[in-house]
Ligand binder design. Structure first.
Ligand code: FES
Length: 92
């Protein structure tokens, strides 16, 4: 698999936090693509529709002390994003 076929074009990696761990992921990509970047096998072969239907990509994102649930396939990564919970289908 060629990275260029999978990911949106990116120039650099940005830092996010996943359950307390700092990780570097490609800017300009959805969170689910970022997870795929971190774990190409488990995300590529996981049970994901990639288009907002299955809800298996739900994560909890915390901003300014407030948490909200979002779909990783529909949410673009932002630098310093803090992800506190992952759906069990997301195995990193
Ligand atoms: S991957 Fe199915 S809703 Fe996001």
């Amino acid at each position: 698999m060629d990275y260029k076929d999978i990911f949106e074009p990116f120039e650099r990696l940005v830092e996010i936090e996943i359950r307390g761990e700092r990780r570097e992921v490609p800017e300009n990509n959805s969170l689910l693509r970022c997870f795929q970047f971190l774990s190409i096998e488990t995300i590529s072969y996981g049970d994901f529709c990639w288009n907002g239907d299955c809800l298996n990509c739900r994560v909890r994102v915390e901003t300014g002390g407030k948490g909200k649930s979002v779909l990783a396939c529909r949410t673009k990564v932002e630098e310093n994003m803090k992800i506190t919970e992952l759906h069990e289908e997301i195995k990193l």
